[in-house]
Design a protein around this ligand. Structure first.
Ligand SMILES: [Mn+2]
Length: 361
């Protein structure tokens, strides 16, 4: 997806120029894995270099949970530290980048994602047990070094819940990712968050996820991806807030219908979007993705609607006993087709099961 990524980075660059943006914030996951491909590194590095050389914007980047903090951190040494803050690993001294505008100083505390063990080591505190503990230590370290007369922006990468009262000890858990209460950020004028892919606030309009610049799965199909742009006023309030929509090079989208209809549709309007085809056919279909590919070269999957639900629901576990062949067959048909055999089909199968036994005897 390098071309797709280049396409949105170009839009970020153009916005920086057009709107005379003074600070660019990237709140992590820069990459999708700790060892990104050379091409990905080259793409992102050249984007940062271009912003650095061709605009006057300051640049602030933190590592997310998918990034290697060490690798990302190594990148920072090449640039002017007064204008660029790239934070990869946890540090006990959490120095902000301080920038000036017409109203005075603004302190940007860039808090990279850190694992619990890394935080225990960095802060020499074995009582750190959760992502919230990690971030609380980071915010504390940032708070200590933040000039009190400056407006304050925090950049963090976490799963932040909105509106959980600070005294509540209840930890919400989504999958294995533990959430962090937004009350940690008390005192900040704005919190720029990374991690969640959809643009959204986390319980307050000044605690916000910009979201990912591209859709990375079909559950994000048709989500509008945006970059968040605003001015920070003299009192730290937000002004001229905008969510600028990215135009993706290729959309991520779902088509649904009978395979024959989908093929006709694809012939009429071929597309290089990333396509997920949801088939409503009941009978056998032969290599549906291959049949659609001539018109949809970037088709990524073709699934039966019912089967898709079934795969999620049962995770492929069989419950029938082997001494009940009709039960096993019925479950298999249900798995493949998304519907159990009907009465007529059951009759045919039952006859076939019984038949050889009778003949052999
Ligand atoms: Mn993340």
């Amino acid at each position: 997806m390098l071309e797709d990524q280049q396409h949105v980075l170009d839009q970020v660059f153009e916005t920086i120029i057009e709107q005379n943006i003074q600070v660019l914030i990237v709140a992590g996951d820069v990459y999708d894995k700790p060892s990104p491909s050379e091409a990905s590194v080259a793409l992102f590095s050249s984007f940062v270099e271009r912003v650095y050389l061709e605009t006057a914007a300051a640049i602030i980047i933190i590592a997310g949970n998918h990034d290697s903090g060490q690798r990302l951190g190594a990148f920072t040494k090449l640039y002017d530290r007064k204008r660029i803050l790239i934070r990869g690993t946890l540090e006990i001294e959490e120095k902000p980048l301080i920038l000036e505008d017409d109203h005075g100083p603004v302190a940007f505390s860039a808090l990279p994602y850190g694992e619990i063990f890394a935080a225990r080591r960095a802060f020499e505190d074995e009582s750190i047990r959760s992502p919230e503990d990690v971030l609380r230590h980071e915010v504390g370290a940032a708070q200590a070094l933040r000039p009190k007369d400056a407006r304050w922006v925090i950049i963090a990468h976490a799963f932040v819940t909105g509106g959980l009262p600070s005294e509540t000890e209840r930890k919400l858990s989504v999958g294995t990712v533990e959430t962090v209460s937004n009350s940690l950020f008390k005192g900040a004028d704005y919190v720029a968050l990374g991690h969640l892919h959809r643009p959204q606030t986390a319980g307050h309009e000044t605690i916000r996820y910009s979201g990912s610049p591209l859709a990375f799965g079909f559950d994000e199909a048709d989500t509008i991806k945006t970059m968040t742009v605003f001015d920070l006023d003299a009192d730290g309030s937000l002004q001229n807030f905008q969510e600028i929509a990215f135009e993706p090079l290729r959309k991520v989208r779902e088509v649904r219908g009978l395979l024959a209809d989908l093929i006709l549709e694809a012939e009429k309007a071929p597309s290089d979007d990333y396509i997920s085809a949801i088939l409503l056919d009941q009978g056998a279909v032969v290599e549906p993705a291959a049949q659609l590919r001539p018109h949809y070269p970037n088709i990524l999957q073709a699934l039966r609607e019912k089967r898709r639900e079934l795969v999620h629901a049962s995770a492929g576990r069989a419950s029938s006993k082997l001494d009940d062949p009709m039960g096993v067959i019925s479950e298999f048909v249900d798995f493949v087709r998304g519907e159990k055999p009907n009465e007529a089909e059951t009759k045919i199968v039952t006859q076939l099961i019984d038949q050889p036994t009778q003949e052999i005897i």
